[in-house]
Design a protein around this ligand. Structure first.
Ligand code: ODT
Length: 175
């Protein structure tokens, strides 16, 4: 078969349960967007508020103003869409000089207990493929993915047409 890589053909987690997704996730790998922001030591914590809205906070090492290195504290609110695994993420930083934005936030796959594959396409090309996107591979475990989950994750990287485009996200204790 040939993969068309159309954003509209990317499949997401069936019957995504945001309640089970709550809690802490450690980024283990990342495909960067144009103008990358979060470098490493990225940890995201998801929570469902009393009204059912999913929110998250995230930390990560960033370099701003060309060479000031710091730990960014970021916050986000997720807007539901007709697909339970596809959200719009409105995010901003604790300080005004940090990035803010409005991105897609798709959960491609997760078993809730060990791994998650996140995907966001920021800009589509004329042909419907993704021109500028980013993706995080998350683990519940700070040490990284379990060997059992690696096959799944590799397949999902291929599904989002980003196999080979990820880099490892280090956790050094900086944040
Ligand atoms: O690092 C980049 O290059 C782009 C990422 C910018 C988005 C950071 C916003 C984090 C806001 C808090 C939400 C946490 C959810 C994290 C899940 C995946 C990262 C968007």
């Amino acid at each position: 078969w040939a993969q068309d890589c159309l954003v509209s053909n990317i499949t997401v987690k069936q019957d995504f349960d945001k309640y089970k997704f709550q809690g802490t996730w450690y980024a283990v790998a990342k495909k960067d967007p144009v103008g990358l922001f979060l470098l490493d030591n990225v940890v995201a914590t998801y929570k469902i508020e009393e009204d059912g809205t999913m929110t998250a906070s995230a930390v990560g090492r960033v370099i701003i103003l060309n060479n000031w290195e710091m730990c960014a504290n970021m916050f986000g609110t997720f807007e539901d869409t007709e697909d339970p695994a596809k959200f719009k993420l409105k995010y901003y930083g604790a300080a005004a000089y940090l990035q803010s934005g409005y991105d897609d936030h798709w959960v491609i796959d997760t078993d809730y207990e060990n791994y998650a594959v996140h995907y966001a396409c920021r800009e589509q090309d004329y042909d419907g493929t993704c021109l500028d996107g980013y993706s995080f591979i998350f683990s519940r475990h700070p040490e990284g993915l379990r060997p059992d989950d690696q096959k799944n994750v590799t397949e999902r990287k291929q599904d989002v047409c980003l196999l080979g485009k990820y880099r490892r996200v280090e956790h050094t204790g900086f944040c």
